[in-house]
Design a protein around this ligand. Structure first.
Ligand code: NAD
Ligand code: MG
Length: 290
């Protein structure tokens, strides 16, 4: 990388509302569109990626397709534009992209999304529980609304369990589940306390799901990203916070979605990660995940 290409430290102050849109971000994130090169690591694999429309999920979809996988993308109905953009990158590789919109905070939607993914892909080998939401908080604990707590816990924890239950009958020996944790599980911010608790819970669930599903030959792991430039950030952080976003990491900058996707490729690959289960891979710019 030349000095000129070095990523800048922070980002211009900007604000969006949830769920956030890729085309409103300045600068646009890098999902590996022009850099990721596959080499057949996931040939023939069928993966459901929740939150696959944007950010980390989009980068994973592009990497998986270029490695030979077909993907189903789950996302909120208002994210149709982002989902279609991701699908077009997948289809450009000649792989299938199935679109499965729906709000995962409802159990019946999780079941419908799982059913559509299985039907359109002709089965399922990998579930990536990537959908997630956070909301930065200025108010005191006593002002945290039930709606907010419900949204964070249902999106990050309930949906993970409901989707896992829904896809389980379709998974098989060699399948895997990859959950998305966070540096917040290890270094929690008070302003994100409910979100941080869900991510610690996801690490804990990853260990127990690996123990429970191991005898079926199903591996369960998690990826814990550090600060990554995705629509979630301008949609949930105070605008001025983005100006220093990521600068407190040892590498001194935020990561791009494209820099997180290879960890998912590794964990999904039965050949390369066949004996890896119950673990968390950190992609944090140097912050510890232990
Ligand atoms: P993102 O906004 O691009 O992706 C999150 C996706 O979650 C959305 O696109 C949306 O489709 C989905 N989602 C949210 N609520 C949903 C609901 N009710 N029903 C269905 N889908 C819903 O942001 P991202 O940063 O790529 O987030 C992906 C994952 O990475 C999340 O789990 C997030 O917690 C985690 N993460 C992100 C960072 C970061 O700095 N960006 C750091 C650590 C962990
Ligand atoms: Mg999105």
């Amino acid at each position: 990388m030349s000095e000129q290409d070095e990523p800048t430290s922070g980002f211009p102050a900007q604000q969006q509302t949830l769920p956030g849109r890729t085309d409103a971000m300045d600068p646009p994130p890098d999902h590996g569109e022009h850099s990721y090169r596959g080499c057949g690591r996931l040939e023939g694999i069928r993966a459901l990626i929740t939150g696959g429309d944007s950010g980390i999920g989009r980068a994973v979809a592009i990497a998986f397709a270029r490695e030979g996988a077909d993907v189903a993308l789950s996302y909120l109905p208002e994210e149709q534009g982002d989902a279609e953009e991701t699908a077009s990158w997948v289809r450009e590789t000649g792989r299938t992209a199935a679109l499965c919109p729906g709000d995962l905070t409802e159990q019946h939607t999780c079941e419908e999304v799982a059913g559509k993914a299985v039907q359109e892909l002709g089965g399922l080998d990998v579930l990536i529980n990537n959908a997630g939401v956070q909301m930065a908080r200025d108010d005191g604990l006593e002002d945290m609304s039930v709606e907010r707590i419900d949204r964070v816990l249902k999106t990050n924890l309930y949906a993970l369990l409901w989707l896992t239950q829904a896809v389980l009958p379709h998974l098989h020996k060699g399948s895997s589940i990859i959950n998305v944790s966070s540096i917040q599980a290890y270094q929690p911010s008070t302003s994100l306390l409910d979100y941080a608790a869900t991510k610690a819970g996801i690490n804990n669930l990853t260990v127990n799901l690996a123990a429970e599903l191991g005898p079926k030959g199903i591996r369960v792991n998690a990826v814990a990203p550090g600060p990554i430039w995705t629509p979630l950030q301008p949609a949930t952080q105070r605008p001025e916070k983005l100006e220093s976003f990521g600068t407190d990491t040892p590498l001194g900058r935020a990561g791009q979605p494209a820099e997180v996707a290879p960890a998912f490729v590794y964990l999904a690959s039965p050949r390369e990660a066949g004996y890896v289960s119950g673990t968390v891979v950190g992609v944090t710019g140097g912050k510890p995940v232990f």
